[in-house]
Write a protein that binds this ligand. Structure first.
Ligand code: NAD
Ligand code: 0WE
Length: 255
C-alpha cells in the first residue's frame, strides 16, 4: 500500500520504540512516506536517531514544545531541508507527577499551566508554524484519550488538558480548512508506553480494558499507526475535525 508515496511528514513525540509516535511513523514509512523527527532533550536523541535511521530518515531535530524559539528553529530546519511538507503528527503530553497524583481540586496553578502548555497549547503552536509549509491537502494529527470526555480514575488534570486538545482540533479544523488543511485526533486505548509507566493503577486499567473492550484485547501502537497513516493520507481527504477512537471499541461500552 503506497498511499503516502511522495509525501513528507514530521513526527513529534518519539521517546523510544514503544512510543505511539513510533507506531505511527513505522506505518507511515511502510505506506511510502518520507519522515522527519523531533525529540526532547539530548538523552532521547540517542534513542530517536537510530529509530529514524531505520526508516531512512536523517532529519532528527531537537524541539521542546514549551519553547517558541525551539519550535521556530525546528520548522526553519525543516523548511531548509524540504521546503514543503504534507503532514505533522503531534504525539506529546505531560503533566507534573505531583499534579497527576493529587486529586484535581489540589492541582497547582503551575501544574495546570504546564499540563495545558505541553499537552494542548503545543498543538496550536505546531499548527501555527506548519500552516505556511503544508501543501494543499496537508493535515495535522494529534493523540487524545477517553479521559477528555469521561472521568477515568487518576487521569485528573490530563483529562482537562485532553478536553482542551480535542476542542483545539475542532477550532483548528474550522480555522485551517479553508486553506485545504485537515486536522484530526486519534483517541487511543491505553498502551504501556513511557508516559504510562509509573502510573500505579495502570496494570489494573489494562486488565479491565481487555475484558470489557468489544475486541477483547489491548490496543497496540500498530493499531494506532495504521489508522494514523490513513488519517494523514489522501484516503481521508474528506475527514477533518474528527476525534477517531482506536480503542478496540472500548468507548462504546457501559456497565
Ligand atoms: P511517550 O512517552 O512515548 O510519548 C510522549 C512524548 O511526549 C515523549 O516523546 C516525550 O519526549 C514528549 N514530550 C513531553 N514533554 C515534551 C516537551 N515539552 N516537548 C517536546 N516533547 C515532549 O508516550 P505515548 O503514550 O506514546 O504518548 C504519546 C501521546 O499519546 C500523548 O499525547 C498521550 O497523551 C497519548 N495517548 C497515550 C495513551 C497511552 O495509553 N499510552 C493513550 C491515549 C493517548
Ligand atoms: O496521556 C497519557 C499519559 C500522559 C502523562 C503521563 C505521565 C506520567 C509521568 C502525562 N504526564 C505524566 N507525567 C509524569 O510524571 N495517557 C493517555 C496514558 C495514561 O495515563 C494515565 C492513564 C492513561 C491511560 C494516568 C492515569 C490513568 C490512566
Amino acid at each position: 500500500m503506497n498511499i503516502l508515496a511522495g509525501k513528507k511528514g514530521l513526527i513529534l513525540g518519539v521517546a523510544n520504540n514503544k512510543s505511539i509516535a513510533w507506531g505511527i511513523a513505522q506505518q507511515c514509512h511502510d505506506c511510502g512516506a518520507e519522515l522527519a523527527f523531533t525529540y526532547l532533550g539530548e538523552a532521547l536523541e540517542k534513542r530517536v536517531r537510530p529509530l529514524a535511521e531505520s526508516v531512512g530518515s536523517e532529519l532528527v531535530i531537537p524541539c521542546n514544545v514549551q519553547s517558541d524559539q525551539e519550535l521556530d528553529e525546528a520548522f526553519l530546519t525543516l523548511e531548509k531541508a524540504w521546503g514543503k511538507l504534507d503532514f505533522v503528527v503531534h504525539s506529546v503530553a505531560y503533566a507534573p507527577g505531583d499534579d497527576l497524583k493529587n486529586p484535581i481540586h489540589m492541582t497547582s496553578r503551575e501544574g495546570f499551566l504546564t499540563a495545558m502548555d505541553i499537552s494542548a497549547y503545543s498543538f496550536i503552536a505546531v499548527a501555527a508554524r506548519a500552516k505556511r509549509l503544508l501543501n494543499p491537502g496537508g493535515s495535522l494529527l494529534t493523540l487524545s484519550y477517553l479521559g477528555a470526555v469521561n472521568v477515568v480514575p487518576n487521569y485528573r488534570v490530563m483529562g482537562v488538558a485532553k478536553a482542551a486538545l480535542e476542542a483545539s482540533v475542532r477550532e483548528l479544523a474550522a480555522d485551517l480548512g479553508p486553506d485545504g488543511i485537515r486536522v484530526n485526533a486519534i483517541s487511543a486505548g491505553p498502551i504501556k508506553t513511557l508516559a504510562a509507566s509509573g502510573i500505579s493503577s495502570f496494570k489494573q486499567l489494562l486488565s479491565a480494558f481487555e475484558s470489557r473492550a468489544p475486541l477483547r484485547r489491548l490496543t497496540t501502537i500498530e493499531d494506532v499507526g495504521k489508522s494514523g497513516a490513513y488519517l494523514v493520507s489522501p484516503l481521508a481527504d474528506g475527514v477533518s475535525g474528527e476525534i477517531h477512537y482506536v480503542d478496540c471499541g472500548f468507548n462504546i461500552t457501559a456497565l
